[in-house]
Design a protein around this ligand. Structure first.
Ligand code: K7E
Ligand code: CUA
Length: 624
């Protein structure tokens, strides 16, 4: 079905189709009801199950070939899987406390979380060098206007930046530029600026603003700092991708609600035939900000394209686009209108020519709108509800189809459809091995589905998401396995395992914590600056000191150093009744500070099983 931009479907027809399919989806495909345990149900594309099983089998003791970093949505976490086994290896807590690793309980991680104890992670973004993953850091967005950096040497969250001024709903993030100069953000919701202004929504079209934000990244240590912002009309910015190779220096973001509507957006924001993809010359914007252009609003340098032209152009894109994805060579920008049956391939060279020739069809608050016909190469009839596109070698592209509940594969340049594989059910994002880099690997593709519809043992009304592994080594895609995932994977990235170089212990000589001690002689309690400071050592299988006494009402800091230098020898430190549970890795020092409000004798103990005498690893805090 080739939906043309003009004379295409009416809004009513589209809404009818979407609603009808959604209704069907709600009752139709609960395929495996009555399926016998151990039997594959649900009509996957697997024709030869033993071949599929062989492809995903990783023998005990063997290692997977890839890591997959999957966003944990509103769990605020990142989940790590091995591919092709799809085994869940680890959980990285980012925006939510996680008692399993003591995250959010010790002083540093608690301070990092601040007043927010949840986040909504949609888009992990691995650091890149020359447009390829370099295995150094993972950046992830949070809808609460924040970006976090995870260090891939120890898989720990090291920095949370934000909430960033003026940003409301940081969805179009944390996409890095090809040499990790910036992590880019775009706000999903528009608000009157600066934050705190209370203009009513009757002035939405004129007084509410969207913002695009560049977060600067230090090339040495990955430290993030506020860069600059570009103010835009009140569109709802959605997804982004950085230009690469020939389009390096550009950033692309989709939006919905070009109508600038309020109220029930499902109706009010779907009136027009097209919304936009913003094409941003971020290098020019960085230069303008560095040269002192723009105004400080809410503590950040904000560039207004009306006053500083030559930074932003708008590319019309069909019907409420969602994903935007740049091809490995940087030539094509693939924009998927989720209310249509095609995905559109825009040609970067044509975009540049149109900009040079001022081939415009109008403007939005001073931002020029390019002519659709001048910049598009093709409308690829991939199927209904296209959302996101990933890439393989040899010009292969893979687009997720939410409404069709399938993945379509097709070819860049010739635009021919190659294959389709059904997804169970309702796919959102998809992730191919290194499939958003300049050099995709092919081999594996994971469909990150929204619904599992009982393809698993029943766990009651709250069902897991399903992530399905697909073999893409041949033109014919083959479904290999189902994995059930915690809510809620949006995007994921898959990186070759040998690109990541982890440490096994924190070397003693690198521990510069002021309260670190390595000899039991130095352990004990002292009063410093009006508070009690307990320096403690944890090592198999005891704490030193085994008890300490403080006064009721006193502020207490316990600093625990795990002096082990052996892999996997973690110790926990929990105090009952005081809501304290921290975990200290080998060579690490962690502190926990609290007010000793409750009088009495409170046992503390090691929460992380460490040896045959783990149970004996205990002591007492006496509060007099
Ligand atoms: Cu498509 Cu937030 Cu990237 Cu969900 S987003 S699927
Ligand atoms: Cu230390 Cu258990």
């Amino acid at each position: 079905m080739n939906v043309r931009h003009r004379g295409g479907w009416s809004v009513a027809a589209l809404v009818a189709v979407v609603v009808a399919v959604a209704l069907l989806g709600a009752c139709a495909p609960s395929a495996p009801k009555g399926a016998k345990p151990g039997k594959a149900g649900g009509g996957g594309a697997t024709s030869d199950m033993s071949v599929a099983a062989g492809k995903v089998y990783v023998a005990p003791g063997d290692l997977d070939e890839y890591y997959m970093f999957s966003s944990g949505g509103h769990s605020g976490q990142v989940y790590v899987y091995g591919l092709p086994s799809m085994r869940h290896i680890s959980t990285i807590p980012v925006y939510s406390p996680y008692p399993a690793t003591g995250y959010g309980f010790d002083d540093d991680s608690k301070a990092m979380l601040g007043y927010l104890t949840w986040g909504d992670v949609h888009h992990p973004s691995l650091s890149e060098t020359g447009g390829d993953y370099d295995g150094r850091w993972l950046f992830v967005n949070d809808m609460n206007g924040r970006v976090a950096r995870v260090d891939l040497r120890d898989f720990k969250t090291k920095q949370i930046l934000g909430p960033v001024p003026n940003v409301s709903g940081n969805h179009g993030s944390a996409f890095v530029t090809p040499n990790t100069e910036y992590s880019m953000m775009a706000s999903r919701f528009s608000i009157p600026l600066p934050k705190g202004t209370t203009t009513g929504t009757d002035k939405y079209a004129t007084d509410y603003k969207g913002v695009l934000t560049a977060i600067k990244i230090d090339p040495k240590d990955g430290a993030m700092s506020i860069g600059f912002q570009i103010v835009t009309p009140p569109f709802n910015w959605d997804l982004g991708d950085a230009g690469k190779a020939m389009s390096e220096g550009w950033m692309f973001w989709t939006c919905y609600n070009a109508e600038r509507a309020t109220g029930k957006l499902e109706v009010t924001s779907t009136q027009r035939d097209r919304d936009y993809i913003a094409a941003v010359d971020w290098k020019a914007a960085a230069k303008a900000a560095a040269e002192g252009q723009g105004d400080m609003i809410g503590g950040i340098k904000v560039l207004d394209p009306k006053k500083v032209p030559g930074l932003v152009w708008l590319m019309p894109c069909g019907k409420s686009p969602h994903g935007v994805d740049v091809s490995p060579d940087g030539k094509w920008i693939i924009g998927s209108g989720k209310l249509q049956g095609v995905t559109t391939a825009f040609n970067f060279e044509k975009v540049q020519t149109a900009i040079r020739n001022k081939d415009y069809e109008g403007d939005e608050d001073g931002i020029p709108v390019l002519k659709y016909e001048s910049i598009k190469d093709a409308e690829v009839p991939v199927g209904l509800g296209p959302l996101h596109t990933q890439f393989g070698p040899n010009g292969m592209a893979y687009t997720s189809l939410f409404v069709d509940s399938a993945i379509a594969s097709w070819k860049l340049g010739t635009w021919e459809l190659v294959d389709k594989v059904p997804m169970s059910y309702s796919i959102g994002h998809l992730a191919a091995a290194e499939g958003d880099t300049v050099n995709p690997d092919g081999k594996y593709l994971v469909g990150l589905n929204k619904l599992s519809h009982g393809r698993h043992l029943s766990v009651g009304p709250s069902q897991p998401e399903s992530s399905q592994l697909v073999d893409i080594s041949d033109e014919k895609m083959k479904l290999l396995s189902d994995t059930f995932t915690e809510p809620e994977p949006h995007y994921a990235q898959i990186i070759k395992a040998d690109k990541i170089h982890t440490i096994e212990v924190y070397p003693k000589e690198d521990n510069h914590h002021p309260l670190a001690i390595w000899d039991v002689k130095d352990a004990g309690i002292a009063r410093q600056g009006g508070k009690a400071v307990v320096k403690m050592i944890a090592v198999r299988t005891s704490f030193t000191p085994t008890e300490f006494t403080v006064n009721q009402g006193e502020t207490v800091t316990v600093a625990v150093t795990n002096i082990e230098q052996t892999t996997d020898e973690l110790h926990g430190f929990a105090i009952l009744d005081y809501n304290i549970n921290i975990v200290i890795d080998p060579g690490e020092t962690k502190t926990v500070t609290f007010k000793a409000e409750k009088k009495g004798v409170f046992p503390f103990y090691c929460t992380n099983f460490c040896s045959a005498l783990h149970q004996e690893m205990q002591g007492y805090m006496i509060v007099k």
